[in-house]
Design a binder for this molecule. Structure first.
Ligand code: PMV
Length: 323
């Protein structure tokens, strides 16, 4: 059977502050994907997960604390497949724990594959909700931006207002965004793997200790993201680059940057990028640089020379009439 797939993602701007009700902008990376394929398994084997790229295979019920086991068992039960003998083969070209949404993409592909196996085509909102529920169980306080951009596979403006009294999830607002002129981005990987929940937890502790300062930082990020939306819509790339730099400065103040990220950001800027910042949770993972056709090659070379373990170039097409 044809595997279900889902794309990687990049947060263009607004990470971390998005957990506190401010807007963020995220983009899908359609040519870097995760996949899941479901086949009937030998009788009596139950639900098994195989990750041949990692050389791993496990029975879902034998590893219930693994987020993928738990998601697979929950979703299988939802589609009347509880107890069925199924083999789910997972694959991914997305580096793990790097800010590119690997967990959300594998989860999304898994949900789609199990739904398809039971003859159901799920709308993106339902796929996103199932993956979000899983992220909540394992990551604490996710904003939901990762699973949303991955499930919808389009550039989005995303806001999840704080839930009343912080009890229960609130309803996010998402809107497709206008992109006036295509964006060329270079992504540089520090090669440092960092679990999302660690910097997210550190920001929460710092916010609890000093809410006024952190709320001011989050509000400043929200202002930058709002201006970035306008710059994107108007095709004002130099302005967008300045805003990405401003967002990086605020992320440094939030304490989620790192020397390795800042080395790549500085290298990209020196090589002519219009702007550069970390992307995702930080402390490792990837950074992105906004470039044009003239500067792209120099920025790629500069990132490689500065120690990036992987560099990829992606273009996000113009969106003039979003639906
Ligand atoms: O590094 P990632 O792809 O897991 O991105 C996390 C984004 C945060 O804003 C830091 C957390 C969240 O839940 O939105």
């Amino acid at each position: 059977m044809t595997p279900a797939t889902a794309p990687a993602k990049l947060i263009l701007c607004g990470e971390h502050a998005v957990v506190y009700g401010r807007p963020a902008i995220a983009l899908p990376l359609g040519d870097v994907r995760a996949s899941a394929a479901v086949a009937s398994g030998p009788p009596g084997t139950g639900l098994r997960l195989l990750a041949p790229d990692l050389g791993e295979a496990w029975a879902a019920t034998a590893a219930p604390d693994n987020p993928l086991s738990e998601l697979a068992l929950t979703v299988a039960a939802r589609f009347g497949l509880a107890g069925a003998d199924l083999t789910v083969t997972l694959g991914s070209a997305i580096p793990i724990a790097s800010g590119m949404g690997s967990g959300a993409a594998i989860g999304t592909a898994l949900v789609r594959a199990l739904a398809a196996h039971s003859g159901v085509v799920l709308p993106p909102a339902e796929v996103a909700a199932l993956v979000y529920a899983s992220e909540q169980r394992f990551h604490g306080t996710p904003s939901g931006i990762d699973n949303t951009v991955v499930a919808y596979e389009q550039a989005i403006w995303y806001v999840r207002p704080p839930s009343p009294n912080h009890h229960g999830p609130s309803v996010p607002t998402l809107a497709p965004i206008c992109i006036g002129t295509p964006l060329m981005l270079v992504v540089g990987d520090t090669g440092v793997r960092s679990a999302t929940k660690l910097p997210v937890g550190a920001v929460r502790a710092a916010w609890q200790a000093d809410p006024a300062t952190y709320e001011a930082h989050f509000a400043a990020v929200g202002g930058v993201v709002t201006q970035a939306r306008a710059a994107l819509a108007n095709g004002e790339l130099p302005r967008l680059g300045q805003l990405l730099d401003a967002n990086q400065a605020l992320l440094e103040q939030l304490g989620v940057s790192s020397p390795a990220l800042e080395q790549l950001v500085a290298a990209a800027r020196s090589a002519g990028a219009l702007g550069a910042k970390l992307s995702g949770a930080g402390w490792g993972g990837v950074m992105l640089a906004l470039v044009n056709a003239t500067t792209c090659g120099a920025v790629v070379e500069a990132l490689q020379a500065a120690g990036a373990t992987r560099v990829l170039v992606t273009t996000v097409g113009a969106v003039t009439d979003p639906v």
